[in-house]
Ligand binder design. Structure first.
Ligand code: AMP
Ligand code: GLY
Length: 429
């Protein structure tokens, strides 16, 4: 079976690596991929951007691709699944009407309200005068969000009214985030601990991925600007059995049922970004219509089941006939980032040293993200560059192994957080 993975980040490297392990899979194309996906057995990078849906469609037709998996949200929101389906090409992911759950925060909020899914109180604005009156009438801190896709950067936590008003004005005027900010969601700040809940849905049934926790802030101690994620581990001790069940019943099942009822069944990975309050109640901060990055790296390292088989089962509406086997150990991934990240201006083109020394085994692996190969050298090519990931019998052991792997690698201005997994390590829940 030939598989196409769309995207070129760490998540896509992990997906391609996992798919290569399937006995059913003969070849994995990754578009556009990175230096890591180019080096896996069975894989081949294809020079097509993840957003170039018509070129991806032509490629999949020409190559008779048997299954396509889409990593990032852009092409999903842009309708890649609709277009592949029109051509009868098997593709695992949500159609544009369901991907709106990530593509539009106001749509997601209205959907949650309609289906009684717990989330922060909110209001939506396109007009600054109206936003102003609402903002000054609400307690701080409060959260101002650009409605559309903003590469994970469209969320402002405002500690005072002036900051909230300023953010609202910049977004609504189009000055910040362009069209994505011309409509905004203003919502209540929720206190708690964050967790990522990711599952596969086939329109009716759901299979949960192992639990995980990301580290959104750039700096040690969970401070600094928000990023796409600086490291993740799985399982997340905060998600107890009871909480897991509560998340399914209060968040995941109502979402899948809601889309089935409106005639656009949810098929694909579904990711709920949650805040867990002191009473262990989940509140949805956001939905993503895809796998998490970097959550995919540790989660897929623990997955023992055949990912290609699971995707095909989902397309047949048969996820209820499957279970996923997990390695019981903990996996932890540390993101190695380029100087300047999360700014778009971070430096590219630096030669990465030490990759060959980082001996890879099924229990430790350096997943590539923003990398490319030039004349036999691996160069940085993005903000998040690598994710050093390892399994351990305890979270502490996984952490030590992942950092040992990270320490072998260097390039000028490389940085990483030194405390990935700190909550689980100090956790005695
Ligand atoms: P989002 O992209 O909506 O998940 O927001 C990015 C980050 O902002 C989240 O991971 C949280 O850390 C924070 N955040 C978003 N919404 C809220 C909220 N209502 N209360 C507290 N923190 C939030
Ligand atoms: N790691 C967070 C995300 O994938 O959105």
């Amino acid at each position: 079976m030939k598989v196409l993975v769309v995207g070129g980040g760490g998540r896509e490297h992990a997906l391609a690596w996992k798919l290569c392990q399937s006995a059913h899979v003969s070849e994995v194309f990754v578009a556009p991929g990175n230096a890591g996906t180019a080096a896996e057995p069975k894989t081949k990078n294809v020079e097509i951007g993840a957003e170039d849906i018509s070129a991806l469609l032509d490629f999949a037709k020409r190559q008779n691709v048997d299954l396509t998996l889409v990593g990032p949200e852009g092409p999903l929101v842009g309708g890649i699944v609709d277009q592949f389906k029109d051509e009868h090409l098997p593709i695992f992911g949500p159609v544009a009407a369901t991907a709106r759950l990530e593509g539009s925060k106001s749509f997601a909020k209205q959907f949650m309200q309609k289906h009684r899914i717990p989330t922060a109180d909110y209001a939506v604005f396109t007009d600054f005068a109206e936003a102003h009156d609402y903002i000054v009438s609400r307690p701080v801190p409060m959260v101002v969000k650009a409605d559309g896709l903003a590469a994970g950067k469209g969320v402002i936590i405002a500690l005072d009214h002036a900051h909230a008003l300023d953010s609202a004005r910049q977004m609504l005027s189009g000055e910040r985030f362009g069209d994505a900010g011309k409509s905004i969601v203003v919502e209540e700040f929720i206190q708690g601990e964050e967790a990522s809940f990711i599952c596969m849905a086939d329109g009716e049934h759901v299979l949960s991925m192992a639990t995980s926790q990301d580290h959104k802030k750039r700096d040690v101690g969970d401070v600094g600007p928000n990023t796409g994620g600086m490291g993740a581990y799985s399982p997340a001790p905060i998600v107890s059995e009871a909480l897991h069940q509560r998340i399914l019943e209060k968040v995941i099942y109502p979402t899948v049922r809601g889309f089935a009822e409106q005639g656009t069944p949810y098929i694909g990975f579904l990711y709920a970004g949650l805040m867990i309050d002191a009473q262990e109640n989940p509140h949805v901060l956001e939905f993503n219509c895809r796998f998490g990055d970097p959550e995919a790296q540790p989660i897929l390292m623990r997955m023992q089941s055949d990912l290609a088989e699971l995707c095909l089962a989902a397309l047949a509406g048969q996820l209820d006939q499957h279970v996923i086997q997990w390695d019981t150990r903990t996996a932890l991934g540390v993101v190695l980032a380029a100087g300047g990240y999360p700014l778009d201006t971070c430096e590219k083109g630096a030669a990465i040293q030490g990759l060959s020394q980082s001996r890879e085994t099924p229990a430790q692996k350096v997943f590539h993200a923003g990398t490319c190969e030039r004349d036999g050298r691996v160069l940085t090519n993005g903000g998040r560059v690598l994710c050093a990931t390892a399994l351990g019998d305890t979270v502490l052991q996984a952490q030590q192994r992942a950092y040992r792997l990270a320490q072998q690698i260097s390039w000028p201005q490389m940085f990483y957080r030194t405390d990935i997994g700190h909550r689980a390590v100090s956790d005695n829940r």
